[in-house]
Design a protein around this ligand. Sequence first.
Ligand SMILES: C[S@@+](CC[C@H](N)C(=O)[O-])C[C@H]1O[C@@H](n2cnc3c(N)ncnc32)[C@H](O)[C@@H]1O
Length: 202
Amino acid sequence: MMNYAAAQRNAAPILEALSQQVPRTASGHALEVSSGTGQHVALLARHYPALRWQPTELEPRLLLSIDQHTAGLTNVLAARRLDVAGDWAAQLPQLAAGSLRLLVNINMMHIAPWSCALGLLAGAGRSLAAGGVLVTYGPYAKDGTLSPQSNVVFDARLRAENKEWGVRDIRDLRQAAAPHGLKLHAEVDMPANNKLLVWKKC
Ligand SMILES: C[S@@+](CC[C@H](N)C(=O)[O-])C[C@H]1O[C@@H](n2cnc3c(N)ncnc32)[C@H](O)[C@@H]1O
């Protein structure tokens, strides 16, 4: 079973912030994109017992770790591989359009090409039910400004490592989300200069 230190640190604050947006009694289907080690979905599933969770991840080597973290949780399905920038219907044929109450994506958008952010928004637009919620977590720029300096340095480091990576701007995300029926509903400041963005499907 793998563990990321960052996920260990941010899991509880994310749960706390999410609880202010989506009641713990919420029921139906939830999906996580880029579940990583599985630490987040394991915590969220324990605190949202009436949601049936589908973890997904690009890296096949992480699928086992996710399943180990969620072992014994009856409301979590076996992890499935999903390239968020690919065709969701082909990769997850069991995921019906308009079937999700909640979609979660933590710390992916800036460590992946822009096509992944676009894929996430398109997939969310297709698979969320009306009134369903997409939450995305990470560092974000706002209206062309990235702050504080530590996020500017982080962004430069990401772009040096991979020119397709980088901190995304909320303005660009709002524009990209609109054609998919997604509206930014809340922007919650989180520890370490991160934000939890709450998107609602109209
Ligand atoms: C920084 S890790 C975050 C993992 C986990 N969400 C967390 O917070 O611990 C970034 C994740 O994005 C995933 N990722 C990168 N490209 C992806 C893609 N095209 N589709 C789905 N996931 C992707 C990686 O495999 C990795 O698990």
